[in-house]
Design a protein around this ligand. Sequence first.
Ligand SMILES: NC(=O)c1ccc[n+]([C@@H]2O[C@H](COP(=O)([O-])OP(=O)(O)OC[C@H]3O[C@@H](n4cnc5c(N)ncnc54)[C@H](O)[C@@H]3O)[C@@H](O)[C@H]2O)c1
Length: 470
Amino acid sequence: MDILKTFKRVDESMLGVFDFDHAPFKVKRVFFITSGAKTNCVRGKHAHLKCRQLLVCLSGQVEICVENKEGKNFINLSPSQSFLHENLEWAVLNSKEKNTTVLCLCSEEYDKEDYILDYDDFKTELNKIKTSEDERLKVLITGVAGLFGANFSRHLLKNGYDVVGIDNLSGGYHSSVPKGVKFYQTDLEDRKLTEEIFNREKPDFVYHFAAYASEGLSRFVRNYNYTSNVLCSANVINACINNGVKKLVFTSSMAVYGFGDPPFKEEQTPNPDDPYGVAKYAVEMDLAIANKMFGLNYSIIRPHNVVGLYQNIWDRYRNVIGIWIRQVINNEPITVFGDGSQVRAFSDINFCMEPLEKLIKDERTNGQIYNIGSDEYHTIDQAADLLIEIMKSRGHEPKKVYMAKREEVHVAYCNHDKAKKHLSFIDETNLRNVIEKMADWADEQPKRPVKDLEYEIEKKLYDYWATKTK
Ligand SMILES: NC(=O)c1ccc[n+]([C@@H]2O[C@H](COP(=O)([O-])OP(=O)(O)OC[C@H]3O[C@@H](n4cnc5c(N)ncnc54)[C@H](O)[C@@H]3O)[C@@H](O)[C@H]2O)c1
């Protein structure tokens, strides 16, 4: 990463003449950037897939921070010095003097598709070159368009894995799936198609996140609940066995504890209180059976009240923080079931990423179950008040309404000592920060419709769910 050439300047007032042969490519486009009267004017902040650029400092002083597969480097250019900025290099230009002008000679014509504007996408591209084909591990993620899938696929891509994703988009959005994922829009209920994808892709590892995860609603949609949470899981387990997957990671839930004694510990006997918890516990048991007979390696995590970007805030029935943010944005009052004294520990998804990856790196986690999430718990009412305060500071005028109490576990939070010990899990969830980040993200999202699910039982259905959304 050297400064390529120093071009001779004739004198301060004369126009510099540049011979196109000085560029190590055929110049197809020329432009310049100038800081005007400003110093520390930052430009660049992107990489190119194909385009190479010769950057020539014409006046002033520019510092270029370049990152490529070898790492990060700073280059300083004075007038008449140039730097060859290669493709797949992230560059940030900072003018150190007023009237700094940099001439850019490009190897390609302008093409919007050639720009990598997102730093995470750049890291993904870089990792593709860094790790050779044979070394790269292939991970298949089900539910890749959901909260866990969208976040964890980004984490894996950044860390040099090949990622294949399956989602039927029933609860996630295609726009949440990162670019580097080989995506199949497929319903896991289709056993043959699921088997075909596994057979074609031959993943090393599988993370099975796909589910319909509504504890409360599962009592009224038993068929849907058991189909998406048990039958689809059975199809995934079959496909893992048939295709020699090295390990399957399954996201169960804190719901398996039901009316246990909080903080829930992994060794407690599950006692689920709703069909969703029953479904998760059934799959946990089936995994142990599949391991015994076929040697399928697995780990189970039991997350709780996870929040983060890419969460479906348009789901009518689940993700309370997401629902509240949507309600505020839509100028609706935020809804609290019962008196809001229910206790939950909201957990920032970001702290789950490293521990999740560790499950496929460390064989000692095979056959183990881990609670994962925050130690810090709040009442629902406290969380609502915090959200109201945050949304008020953003110019909204949220109101809170109390709805009829619903059937649910009142106090639910977990102990995480095992994950801290085995998975180096560190949770630093700060609910205020998470809500603020989610609100920023939600502001950028398109307005999406909120869908009603078809209820299979209408008896005892709460009034607030019985009314159709407009
Ligand atoms: N988010 C939480 O707080 C939490 C807590 C406990 C457990 N979990 C579990 O973690 C996993 C991931 O949760 P999440 O919050 O990311 O959920 P999510 O709803 O955001 O994502 C699930 C994804 O699975 C997809 N999906 C559903 N059914 C499918 C099917 N039949 N075929 C293909 N795709 C299908 C949906 O379209 C969605 O994109 C789930 O198994 C959930 O039960 C989540």
